[in-house]
Design a protein around this ligand. Structure first.
Ligand code: FES
Length: 165
């Protein structure tokens, strides 16, 4: 998405959900984290206008909020795909060809690490060991784990999710 298109999209964010989350936690001590978590749960990421809203309503600096958002890997500042494809790049997976699996994902969807397809269907993430080394190379699509991946199997898994809503 271009910067111009992104800023238009951001202006159109409905802040009702964010306001409801803030209403819920506003009077709580240490409300910033639960508010940010609630906003991410609602929108799937933290839209920029919500950062300004939180700053105003909780009376904190935006720089303080961005400090929290960039410190914790759980927060995302850009929209993410419906399907998060995690390609394990840990040692066991690397030795068994994880790079080829990542390259196949790029060939199939045109996205690399931390990128999202324009239709917001897929986000690619290269991750460290996900604890299933016995099945290396391994990928996850949302909560589903797929082991013993090959280029062919990767194409099939991606095709399956492409065909889904
Ligand atoms: S290195 Fe990939 S699951 Fe452990």
């Amino acid at each position: 998405m271009s910067n111009a298109a992104q800023s238009v999209a951001q202006e159109e964010i409905d802040l009702t959900g964010a306001n409801q989350v803030i209403d819920k936690y506003q009077d709580m001590h240490g409300s910033l984290m639960p508010v940010l978590q609630g906003i991410q749960e609602h929108y799937g990421y933290i839209p920029e206008p919500t950062v300004h809203l939180v700053a105003e309503r909780l009376n904190v600096y935006t720089s303080q909020i961005y400090g929290v958002l960039t410190f914790y890997a759980q927060f995302h500042l850009k929209p993410r795909g419906k399907y998060i494809v995690r390609v394990c790049m840990g040692t066991a997976c690397h030795v068994k060809g994880a790079t080829r699996i990542g390259d196949t994902l790029t060939e199939q969807l045109g996205i690399g690490h931390a990128e999202t397809t324009e239709d917001l269907k897929f986000t690619a993430e290269y991750v460290a060991c996900i604890g299933a080394c016995g099945m290396a190379p391994v990928i996850m699509v949302n909560e589903a784990t797929y082991g013993s991946m090959s280029v062919q199997k990767m194409v099939e898994v991606i095709d399956k999710y492409k065909a889904m809503e």
